[in-house]
Design a protein around this ligand. Structure first.
Ligand code: NDP
Ligand code: 8X3
Length: 256
């Protein structure tokens, strides 16, 4: 059966790879992102595989988002799967040096836009008694690291929000999953380091990170489990990544 799959942040990285993966299965797509030219090019590429609608839209703009979703005709306006993927990290400075505007943008995108999107789409899923919300969290929501501060906190919010959603929709055939990738090579680091490609490339130097396609394949599988199975969360790291020891500071001079 053809499913309608709505993907935010489909112009790059995981979102784009998900569009390609679901298109291979013939699913119908609604693709959102700010860079409409990229969505248009992707839509042309996928034209022979499936039906695609593109919505050039900033998900942090509540009015624009509602207007964009309101412009969809059936069956595009009744998604079976929502992939809440649009998101970003900005900066890697310690909390006492970070730019408050970066924090605001991350909260607006990773938290506010994700909850708004969910609030707009979930009632239809509940009414139809059918649906799956895939939230894109991160290992950063599970494990702190220096400079992760607000980014990690937004992803911890996404993890808990995903669990709270499950608690609320119990009794309905609506699934919720939090996908928690670790190191993955996309435009993520380019955005985090404000288009300093040298700094961004260093993140992946000498590693074999997750690819967007690795993550898209997993999301596709999560969306293909039998109706009685709900994957609550899935944390995925490349083999080359694992936890380090706790850091110990040996420099503090105590005056008591
Ligand atoms: P990319 O930068 O490659 O993709 C991010 C996508 O989000 C783009 O399509 C971008 O589209 C979209 N986006 C960002 N802000 C907005 C906005 N205001 N309105 C609409 N769309 C927006 O990064 P990833 O694919 O890596 O990131 C996707 C998700 O995965 C994010 O939530 C990220 O936090 C998460 N993640 C990434 C990991 C990684 O290491 N790469 C690991 C764990 C989680 P456009 O700019 O065209 O609007
Ligand atoms: C992206 C993974 O470790 O760069 O969410 O924060 S990390």
């Amino acid at each position: 059966m053809t499913r309608t799959v709505m993907i935010t942040g489909a112009s790059s990285g995981f979102g784009r790879a998900c569009a390609q993966r679901f298109a291979q299965a013939g699913d119908r797509l609604v693709l959102l992102a700010r860079r409409q030219d990229r969505l248009q090019a992707l839509s042309e590429q996928l034209r022979d595989l499936c039906d695609v609608q593109v919505l050039g839209c900033d998900v942090t703009d509540a009015a624009a988002l509602e207007q964009a979703l309101g412009s969809l005709e059936p069956p595009f306006n009744a998604p079976d799967i929502l992939i809440n993927n649009a998101g970003l990290a900005l900066g890697l400075e310690p909390a006492h040096e970070a730019d408050i505007r970066d924090w605001e943008t991350m909260i607006a995108t990773n938290v506010m836009a994700l909850v708004r999107m969910t609030r707009l789409i979930l009632p239809g899923m509940v009414a139809r008694d059918r649906g799956h919300i895939i939230n894109i969290g991160s290992t950063a929501g599970n494990w702190p690291y220096p400079g992760g501060n607000v980014y990690g906190a937004t992803k911890a919010f996404v993890q808990q929000f995903s669990r709270e959603l499950r608690a609320d929709v119990l009794g309905k055939k609506v699934k919720v999953t939090n996908i928690e990738p670790g190191l993955a090579e996309t435009e993520f680091s380019l955005v985090r380091f404000k288009h300093n490609s040298e700094q961004a490339d260093k993140v992946y130097d000498g590693t074999r990170p997750l690819s967007p396609e690795d993550v898209a394949d997993i999301i596709f599988w999560v969306c293909s489990t039998p109706p009685h199975v709900n994957i609550n969360a899935m944390e995925i790291m490349p083999l080359c990544q694992a936890w380090g020891p706790f850091r110990i500071d040996r420099t503090i001079q105590y005056d008591d």
